[in-house]
Design a protein around this ligand. Structure first.
Ligand code: NAP
Ligand code: PAF
Length: 310
C-alpha cells in the first residue's frame, strides 16, 4: 500500500518504523514521511522499538508519492491538523483515506469539504521524543472507525475500510475496527478533559490526581451531561470508571498538556475542553468547572505567547 505519514513526531515515527517492518511473506508498503519544511529524506531514530534500536531514513515530501497515496496517516497535534490537511487537499487523490490519529475532537468541522473518506483513530500507545530520539514508553491499542461527523453517504463508504485495521494491526498491534468509534473517542476525550488540564494546574503526575477527587468527579459529571445530549449511551459511573482506570494505568506519566505547559508550547486544550464547551453551548448547558479550567490553561498559553511571540 502507498502511504504518507503526515507529522513525524513521536507517534508518526512509530508508524513509519512499524509500517516498514513487514513480514517478508507480505507485500511491502511504500511509505514516505511528510514534513512541514520539505526535505527529500527523513531519519527515524527509535531507541526501543520492539526491543531494538530502529534507525532508518525514509523518503519525504515527494509530491508524486503523495498524489498516489492510498492512506494519509495524520500524526499531528490536533491544532495543526486543519491547516496541514487543507494545505495538501488539492494534491490528494479523492480515494486517499485520511486517518486522523490525534487526541481531542473537532478537527473535522474545520476541514474543507473533502471527497476523501475520513476515519478517526484513538490510540493508547505512549511515546515521547527527546534530543531527536523517540522512546516507545508503552504498547497500546489503536481503535479505528468512521465518525458521526461524516455524512451518511460517506460513512457507508468508510465502513468498507475496516480492512485498514488489519493492515495496521500487522504493523503496530493491536489495531481494532469499531463501527461505533464515537463512544471510545468520547471516553478518551473525557480522560483528556480531566487528566490533562488538572495535571497542568497542579503540576503533578497523573497518579497524583487521586488527591483531587472532588474536582475529578465534578468534571466527569459535566462531561457526562454533554455526552448524554450528544447521544452517547454511557452512565456517569462508566465515565468515572474509565477516567479513574486511565489515571491508574498511567499514574507515573506526565500528561502531554503538563509537558506542553512546562515547555511553553501550545496545548491541545481547544480540541479537548474547548470542543466539550462548544458542544455544551449547542445544547444550552453550562459547565462551570470545565470553563474555569479551560480559562486557566488559555491564560497560561497567553502568558508565554506574550513573552515569546512567534
Ligand atoms: P509531536 O511529537 O508533536 O508530533 C507532531 C509532529 O508534526 C511534529 O514533528 C511537528 O513538527 C509536525 N508538524 C507540525 N505541523 C506540521 C505540518 N503542517 N506538516 C507536517 N508536519 C507538521 O506529537 P505526538 O506526540 O506524535 O502526538 C501526535 C498526536 O497524537 C497528538 O494529538 C497527541 O495528543 C496524540 N497522542 C500522542 C501520544 C504519545 O504518546 N505521544 C499518545 C496518544 C495520542 P514541529 O514540532 O516542528 O512543529
Ligand atoms: O495526553 C496524554 O498525556 C494522554 O492522552 C493521557 C491518556 C492523559 C495519559 O497521560
Amino acid at each position: 500500500m502507498k502511504i504518507t505519514v503526515l507529522g513525524c513526531g513521536a507517534i508518526g515515527q512509530l508508524w513509519l518504523a512499524a509500517l516498514s517492518q513487514q513480514n517478508p511473506s507480505q507485500q511491502p508498503h511504500h511509505i514516505q514521511a511528510w514534513l512541514k519544511v520539505p526535505q527529500p529524506f527523513f531519519s527515524v531514530h527509535i531507541a526501543n522499538f520492539q526491543g531494538k534500536v530502529f534507525k532508518r531514513s525514509f523518503p519525504a515530501n515527494n509530491e508524486k508519492h503523495l498524489a498516489e497515496s492510498e492512506l494519509l496517516l495524520v500524526c499531528l497535534k490536533a491544532w495543526q491538523v486543519p491547516d496541514a490537511i487543507n494545505h495538501l487537499a488539492s494534491q490528494l487523490s479523492p480515494h486517499c483515506t485520511i486517518l486522523l490519529l490525534h487526541n481531542g475532537m473537532g478537527t473535522q468541522d474545520k476541514l474543507f469539504s473533502l471527497p476523501n473518506p475520513i476515519l478517526a483513530g484513538v490510540t493508547t500507545h505512549a511515546a515521547y521524543q527527546e534530543n531527536g530520539v523517540v522512546y516507545h514508553k508503552s504498547q497500546g491499542i489503536t481503535h479505528l472507525g468512521s465518525t458521526a461527523f461524516e455524512p451518511d453517504t460517506k460513512k457507508a463508504d468508510a465502513e468498507k475500510l475496516s480492512f485498514l485495521a488489519d493492515i495496521l494491526h500487522r504493523a503496530l498491534p493491536d489495531v481494532t475496527w469499531l463501527n461505533d468509534i464515537d463512544t471510545i473517542r468520547w471516553l478518551k476525550l473525557a480522560a483528556n478533559c480531566v487528566i490533562n488540564p488538572l495535571t497542568a494546574l497542579y503540576d503533578c503526575k497523573n497518579g497524583e490526581l487521586s488527591n483531587h477527587m472532588t474536582q475529578v468527579y465534578s468534571l466527569c459529571d459535566e462531561i457526562h451531561q454533554v455526552m448524554e445530549h450528544d447521544g452517547i449511551q454511557l452512565t456517569k459511573q462508566m465515565v468515572i470508571d474509565y477516567v479513574m482506570a486511565v489515571i491508574d494505568q498511567t499514574s507515573e506519566n506526565s500528561s502531554s498538556m503538563r509537558q506542553d505547559i512546562r515547555a511553553d508550547r501550545r496545548t491541545e486544550i481547544d480540541y479537548i475542553t474547548g470542543f466539550l464547551l462548544d458542544r455544551a453551548k449547542m445544547h444550552d448547558l453550562v459547565l462551570p468547572e470545565n470553563t474555569h479550567i479551560y480559562r486557566y490553561i488559555k491564560s497560561r498559553e497567553e502568558e508565554y505567547k506574550r513573552l515569546k511571540p512567534h
